[in-house]
Design a protein around this ligand. Sequence first.
Ligand SMILES: NC(=O)c1ccc[n+]([C@@H]2O[C@H](COP(=O)([O-])OP(=O)(O)OC[C@H]3O[C@@H](n4cnc5c(N)ncnc54)[C@H](O)[C@@H]3O)[C@@H](O)[C@H]2O)c1
Length: 287
Amino acid sequence: MSAVGVLGVGVVGGAVAAGLGRAGLEVRLYDRYRGLGRPEDLGDCPLVFLCVPTPPCADGKADLTEVLRAAGELARILAPGSVVAVKSTVTPGTCDSLGRAFPHLRFASVPEFLIAARPEESFVRADRVVIGAPSSEVAETVARVMRRAVPGAPLLFLRPVEAELVKLCSNAMLSAKVALANELAQVCAAFGAEWARVQAAVGLDRRIGPDHLTVTPARGFGGFCLPKDLDAIVAASRAAGYEPRVLEEIASFNRRIRSLARAVGNGDGNGNGSGLRQSAALSTGEA
Ligand SMILES: NC(=O)c1ccc[n+]([C@@H]2O[C@H](COP(=O)([O-])OP(=O)(O)OC[C@H]3O[C@@H](n4cnc5c(N)ncnc54)[C@H](O)[C@@H]3O)[C@@H](O)[C@H]2O)c1
């Protein structure tokens, strides 16, 4: 099999490169800001994974500057028909737009779901591999590599825009679960009950599952990806003509409880106690 390129060797690109390498594939790397390789090093790769950052713009949309810059560089050096597998989390419709802007390349969306705390392990143990390709030929080019790098994971074949939405919808579901757990913890506190005890029983329902139910001292969801991707799906949805009121409320509820937690000193660490009751009171303007 020919060498596979990885462009952008940060958390995601590093995990992809390690996974491909462990699967016995020859990997070529290029990272513009880490002084790693040159674009030309990827020139003879029929498949390149694009893993550059997409930080939030002021309006919540994903900033696609580096995606466009990287795609432009690949358009200059790759042979016609080469496949660019976009792992960056992008606005729905981006791969189709890139395909129109650079018609001699073929763009697939292959979103990444790894866990930032253990990127390499979670990359190879993915629950599923999602391949959003413009044709079955492109899908098979990506699938051949992903079957080797992520053995055992089911492969799902979608349209590019659907694959892009899988990533945003998955993170929106996780955000909603954390937000709802925080809301329910406040309901429990209003009854003098401990969410941590209720949570364990709630999470044993297989339809609900135990993950993302813990209420941390900081409340809500933090980190980089969940807040950014929630704002991104809200902004993208509005731009597409749909006002996503539930998602908007999750985002503002999360901001509210996190700043209230900071204001009251993060509670007792159990998702209960005086901090939680105080933050509930503050959120209703009673404090
Ligand atoms: N970190 C995560 O847990 C995670 C999980 C899933 C998806 N994602 C998404 O994957 C994408 C990458 O995230 P990350 O965490 O790996 O970012 P990162 O900042 O860790 O790494 C990005 C790398 O790309 C390089 N780079 C930037 N622009 C470039 C360019 N034009 N050409 C070549 N290299 C370039 C940077 O120097 C950097 O090393 C983002 O869209 C992110 O939302 C991240």
